[in-house]
Write a protein that binds this ligand. Structure first.
Ligand code: GLY
Length: 364
């Protein structure tokens, strides 16, 4: 299968999803049918994000009209009891920010800037990290936040306020210091003393253990740090993204589609995570676009290898299922959402195929 020729197939699939998904806020697909998750859930931006990519690629207003009010709907949740946290980048970059970039809509700009202020308000200056989640986890930071940093970096450029860029870079430097191991593998959670900022311990989180290597966490790091380099031009972020990418490539030499964690006790019995594969592929294409042509081929080759495997063995292009990718794993240690469709897997697959087809705009 030639990945570069897949775009019309994706477009036809998304047209069918428009009918099937209707007004739902899809997160998990079980037996081929997407659920309807809360709008304040961290995944609520991905379906509208797919629609904005489709609109930008095709200029067809059908997608724009269906994506249009998502930023307002998500913003409404701020007025109620809600679960917003470090992941507002996942929610407002593929809705408000991309809507503003593509249409100039002023309300969308305001919503994007407000979400960035909310995220900046989660910064702990003692430990130089964006705190994860809510409740009593005052000192926790997680690798996923790498993907939220472009919200701060976009807002710094858009508003001219450099504080937001300092916060993004300080958090990214903490990731380089405390999350990325010498071999390029990454931790999921690091706990700091919230008062002094001192490192306490690494925690397994959605990975198998504190010393394991959760494959989606690797993908968040490699894609997220490549994006931070794109915004800042600071080479240490590109070098870190490449180190994680090389580790990811080494761990997928036998099979391009990763298990949910690269270090488990019984690999043969473990489920895959296609969402990690899709996000890593898109991140590898991002690195390819940022390095010299001599280096770029290697990253493109491995992105292509992953995307081809996804398309040939893990994608449903007809309408027998609402999702695109099968065999995603949400949270294996909690046995939640294992071997399902995940909207973020679908999003990053579409994002990566769009990049293969000359899509130059960026959401993350
Ligand atoms: N950001 C949560 C996850 O990757 O599952």
């Amino acid at each position: 299968m030639n990945i570069n020729e897949l775009w019309p197939v994706i477009q036809q699939k998304v047209d069918g999803m428009l009918e099937q998904i209707g007004d739902k806020s899809p997160h998990v697909a079980v037996e081929g049918c997407y659920d309807d998750a809360r709008k304040d859930w961290w995944t609520s931006g991905f379906w509208p994000g797919i629609l904005w990519i489709m609109h930008d690629m095709t200029k067809d207003d059908t997608y724009k009209l269906r994506a249009w009010d998502w930023d307002a709907r998500i913003e409404q949740c701020f007025m109620q009891d809600n679960n917003f946290h470090h992941d507002v980048g996942f929610q407002f970059l593929p809705t408000a920010v991309i809507k503003f970039k593509l249409t100039g809509d002023k309300d969308a700009r305001r919503r994007g800037l407000q979400a960035a202020s909310f995220l900046a308000g989660r910064f702990n200056p003692a430990g130089s990290f964006l705190r994860a989640w809510n409740q009593d986890k005052h000192g926790w930071a997680i690798i996923d936040s790498c993907m939220n940093l472009p919200l701060l970096l976009w807002a710094a450029e858009e508003s001219g306020d450099p504080r937001l860029r300092y916060i993004a870079c300080d958090h990214a430097d903490t990731v380089l210091q405390h999350f990325i191991r010498a071999d390029g593998s990454v931790r999921h959670i690091v706990s700091f003393d919230p008062a002094t900022g001192e490192f306490i311990e690494a925690i397994g989180g959605q990975g198998h253990s504190a010393s394991s290597s959760w494959s989606r966490g690797q993908a968040w790091a490699l894609h997220g740090l490549a994006n931070v380099y794109r915004y800042t031009g600071e080479l240490r972020y590109l070098h870190a993204a490449k180190r994680v990418a090389h580790y990811f490539i080494a761990c997928t030499s036998a099979d391009p589609i990763p298990l949910w964690d690269f270090r488990t006790e019984d690999p043969a019995a473990q489920p895959k995570d296609t969402s990690a594969a899709a996000c890593a592929a898109s991140g590898l294409l991002e690195i390819a676009a940022l390095v010299s042509e001599e280096e770029a081929d290697m990253y493109r080759f491995h992105a292509n290898r992953i995307l081809t495997a996804l398309a040939e063995r893990y994608a449903v292009f007809d309408q027998t299922k609402e999702q695109i990718l099968i065999e995603g794993t949400g949270h294996k240690p909690a046995n939640q959402n294992v071997n399902v469709g995940l909207i973020y897997g679908d999003y990053f697959f579409v994002e990566a195929i769009a990049k293969c087809n000359q899509w130059k705009q960026r959401i993350f």
